[in-house]
Design a binder for this molecule. Sequence first.
Ligand code: ATP
Ligand code: TPS
Ligand code: MG
Length: 289
Amino acid sequence: MNEADFIAALRGLASNPGARGLEDDAAVLEFGGETLVLTHDTMVDGVHVLEGQDPADIAWKLVAVNLSDLAAKGAEPAGVLLSHMLGADDHRFVTGLREVLDSYDVPLLGGDTVRGEGPRVWGCTALGRATHTPVPSRGGAKVGDAIYVTGTLGAAMLGFEALRGGDEADSTAYRRPRPRLEEGRLLAPHVTAMMDISDGLLLDCWRMACAAEFVAFELESDSIPVADASRRAECIRWGDDYELLFTAPVGVDLPVPATRIGTVTDTDFAPLWLDGEALTPEQGLGYQH
Ligand SMILES: Nc1ncnc2c1ncn2[C@@H]1O[C@H](COP(=O)(O)OP(=O)(O)OP(=O)(O)O)[C@@H](O)[C@H]1O
Ligand SMILES: Cc1ncc(C[n+]2csc(CCOP(=O)(O)O)c2C)c(N)n1
Ligand SMILES: [Mg+2]
């Protein structure tokens, strides 16, 4: 079973509307007059971070990728719970954790600590409060909407290569992603659909188009902001950038800088098009476990 097969097998167990059919970045629960947004992400040594990487970076990334899912729902963080597997340089993990929690003013609420064999694994649950309802979903794109991204894609890939190669180039985008919390909050009232891009722009566009049903995402590659134009194809597939991908009606005055990369259409026989060519996940659109 791969990741998509396993999540599909869980769908029958996740009938509560809060689970959003396991087709969104986060769960959404009405609770005590508030709307809670809940998400969980796991990182594995050697899979999500390089073996031997500074644990301060690992702590930063662990919290940041979870906050990014809250950002995609326009939620403000209420706190995080962490799971930690003891190992080398745990004091550096604590240092990085303090840095990320202070940077985003997020309370640490609890977690769990274990020792075990095999590669180290870290988990984080982030809890947030919706700032706008209905909470944007992945599935709301409408025919005629424009498709946008914040920031630039491919910087994490370049950062990964710099860190792995030990060269002088800047690896910050890979080591210390910055969740777009402020942008997500400002955008939430204006978007028809929103998600964060963790697994690569093309794969996440495919998911957003499939979640909406009966729409296609038609993208123009030249319009997509990439960190290295000579490696455009890789920049829009590699992932780990944690920018926001969203759709909004044409003409909406956006409250934050973003780049239009395409249009939602009713083209009915394929959900994703790049420069007029239909793409499928079998062609390698992004990162899949
Ligand atoms: N093991 C699991 N148990 C329950 N739900 C799961 C499990 N794995 C994934 N899901 C659910 O499947 C959906 C898609 O998850 P996915 O991890 O692709 O989203 P994401 O968290 O936005 O992405 P990323 O992990 O790349 O940050 C979400 O609703 C998530 O909660
Ligand atoms: C050492 C190393 N090799 C490759 C990558 C690339 N990568 C791994 S998982 C992932 C998507 C997000 O994960 P998930 O969907 O599990 O949240 C990406 C882009 C990396 N980050 N580190
Ligand atoms: Mg997400």
